[in-house]
Design a binder for this molecule. Sequence first.
Ligand code: MG
Length: 264
Amino acid sequence: MKRLAGCSTKKLLTLSVFSFMLSVSLAQAQQGDPKLTEVYSPVPPVVTPGKACGDAPSDAILLFDGKNLDKWRSVNDSTKPADWNVAHNIITVNKKAGNIETKQSFMDYQLHIEWRIPANITGEGQARGNSGVFLASTGPGDAGYELQVLDNYNNSTYTNGQVGSVYKQAVPLANACRKPGEWQSYDIIWTAPRFNDDGTLKTPAYVTAFYNGVLVENHFELKGQTRYIGQPFYKQHGPCPIKLQAHGDKSEPISYRNIWIRPL
Ligand code: MG
């Protein structure tokens, strides 16, 4: 072995001992006390899951209990009740009554909602089982952020407007449609946008959504509120209701059931 230039035997020995001790202490650190990296606080709250997949867990707020629409109201006139039809534990859209929204407002949440396109649905494109879950309702009409509800089982339309899209913003990652007549589900994680005092955007909204258990939106950053014409943009708001859309198609209306939410 060549001796390093300028190094005496004594110096080399010292260097060797030092590097040996260094490697021993590194090995000791890696094999050290595992408790140093264990966390015991905070303790996650106990949540009892529902009996079956899709059932509300113990800490969820039931937005529809199968009996009435007491937790909902008309969007056009917030003093009026939500005049959609309730029968057999199911809500069915009443297009004459317009959109409905929750009385309670939310920021970030986990939402479960199920819907059914009628088996005898007719129409095509956007006029085939059109409804929508507005993740934050910022007023009458289509103000807010729409996760599209539509029958795309055998029905094509612009892809950023098909079921599972953030309407006109995000093409869904998959078309996981079930046949008309079958119940379908959304499981949604919503992060509300935050605004500065002067109304400018502080942090955008994000959505993750599973459609019939299939990931269709993966932490998608929204560009603003849904707009039918033109580009989306943000407008300052705080906590908002969740809105369901009465699109007003000519065919049979769609139905909803099993709606629950966990504020985050
Ligand atoms: Mg819609």
